[in-house]
Design a protein around this ligand. Structure first.
Ligand SMILES: *Cc1c(COP(=O)(O)O)cnc(C)c1O
Length: 462
């Protein structure tokens, strides 16, 4: 019957790393490789990880990080806290508490205070994107920003196999409940989708939905085959498991069941896409990563890749070129290059927009046409996904050429517009309209949408 079954069988001996074991802040001392660092560095890790989430596993430690290159190793930077990820004033405030052996409560209170200063919900995610149900009440765990795609955050999928140090959804992983977005209500999801026939895509995200047991994932996905939901054509699953825990698709107890589920959805006529988060070609370089990719593809699901451009990790055109080429070789479709968002440790990872475009272009011009499906560099901002198309001069004025890839109003999509060139700008809010204009073409309408939405939410008691 199934192609997947032919893929069963013994896993190569080289891959003995099949037991999932995680390390969090409390376990820093138990990671043998950290012993090679200065005690000051280890303390800094403790300080930073009391504010920003930290979680890593054996596979990342033993197979992805090159410990001879630490601290510059990109995967080390991607997963381990670094002192400079906190602003100096925040770092000092927290380090002070550790130095005088402050109580846990005090540390937690300080952590919450600092987190609130880190723009925990950029782009109005909570206020603007949570849709209302038939009863007029917001449906927690859903975001509906662009007409055709609904985002769903299943409550069992709000963690990851390891955390990225730059994560833009970092508030999901720290204690403050008020900052979380999640639901267990599969039926509310399906009800909402039934009521919205313009929705063609469901994007299950997190956290990482692939941390869920297959039987939970099934509860969300299987009913999408039912009558009344034919318009939901595409099921996308956002994940970093292909990098951080490829065992999920190969050796985990319910790996086969997961692949059968994907295959079943494909056979039911759905387009199933794994939106794989990749930051570096090294994540593609282990045997088990490759094996996981092949197994997923054998189900008929497509893997597309996306990820942000980050200082200290991948701000180099050669790395992007190499990564996209590897992905083409593995039948993965490059999809987006993102600009690091304006939240969390952004000051550490951000790359000026003009530089981001240069890196994108330098990699793009050298990759095969099949790799040029990667759009970007793209900012996921309040009004939409805005791509930097380039830097040029128009009648003597140096400008950024921009366009909406996605817009809160679909009328904005694909409309080019211009901003004054600014060498330091790292995000949309740093940009000013070019040619002496006062506002960008979408600004008035965007403000209107925001204030309307605020009024509705107040009336709904949210
Ligand atoms: C990126 C994104 C989507 C999907 O947009 P596509 O252009 O279809 O990939 C949907 N919702 C939100 C909030 C997004 O940021």
């Amino acid at each position: 019957m199934s192609q997947v079954s032919t893929l069963r069988g013994p896993v190569e001996k080289a891959v003995d790393n099949t037991r999932f074991r995680v390390f969090t802040q409390r376990d820093l001392e138990r990671i043998p490789q950290l012993a090679q660092l200065e005690s000051e560095q280890r303390l800094a890790m403790k300080v930073v990880s009391s504010v920003l989430p930290f979680r890593v596993n054996d596979y990342v430690i033993d197979h992805l990080i090159d410990w001879s290159k630490v601290p510059d190793d990109p995967i080390f930077q991607l997963t381990f806290p670094q002192k400079e990820m906190l602003l100096p004033e925040h770092f000092e405030r927290m380090a002070e508490l550790y130095k005088r052996d402050a109580a846990r409560d005090e540390i937690q209170a300080m952590a919450s205070e600092i987190r609130r200063e880190l723009n925990p919900h950029p782009a109005g995610q909570m206020q603007l994107n949570t849709p209302l149900g038939r009863d007029g009440l917001p449906i927690e765990g859903l975001q509906h920003k662009y007409r055709e795609t609904v985002l769903f955050f299943p409550s069992q999928g709000q963690t990851c196999h390891a955390y990225c140090s730059f994560c833009f959804r970092w508030p999901q992983f720290v204690g403050d409940k008020s900052l979380k977005i999640a639901t267990t209500e599969a039926s509310r999801l399906h009800g909402y989708l039934r009521d919205h026939k313009t929705v063609s895509d469901l994007l299950i995200t997190g956290g990482d939905p692939m941390v869920m047991k297959t039987k939970h994932l099934k509860q969300y996905l299987e009913p999408l085959k039912n009558p009344g939901l034919e318009h939901v054509q595409t099921l996308r699953i956002g994940t970093k498991a292909l990098s951080f825990w490829p065992q999920r698709f190969v050796t985990d107890a319910d790996a086969d069941e997961l692949l059968y589920l994907l295959e079943d959805l494909v056979e039911a006529g759905k387009h199933v896409a794994l939106m794989a988060h990749y930051n570096h070609w090294r994540e593609l370089d282990t045997d088990i990563a490759e094996r996981a990719i092949k197994r997923i593809q054998e189900t008929g699901a497509v893997i597309r890749s996306q990820g942000p451009l980050l200082a200290h990790i991948n701000d180099d055109a050669d790395d992007w070129l190499h990564m996209w080429n590897r992905q083409i070789g593995l039948h993965i479709v490059p999809y987006y290059m993102f600009v690091e968002r304006d939240t969390g440790a952004r000051h550490y990872f951000e790359v000026p927009l003009h530089r981001a475009w240069e890196i994108y272009r330098d990699a793009m011009r050298r990759v095969s046409g099949l790799g040029r499906t990667a759009r970007g560099p793209s900012m996921s901002a309040g009004p939409g996904k805005i791509e930097i198309q380039g830097v040029t001069e128009v009648q003597g004025e140096k400008v950024f050429v921009l366009r909406f890839i996605q817009g809160r109003n679909s009328e904005w999509v694909q409309r080019p517009f211009f901003a004054k060139y600014d060498e330091k700008a790292t995000w949309l809010n740093h940009l000013k309209p070019a040619f002496g204009e006062e506002k960008f073409f979408f600004e008035d309408e965007y403000e209107e949408i925001c204030s309307l939405r605020g009024a509705i939410q107040q009336a709904g008691g949210a």
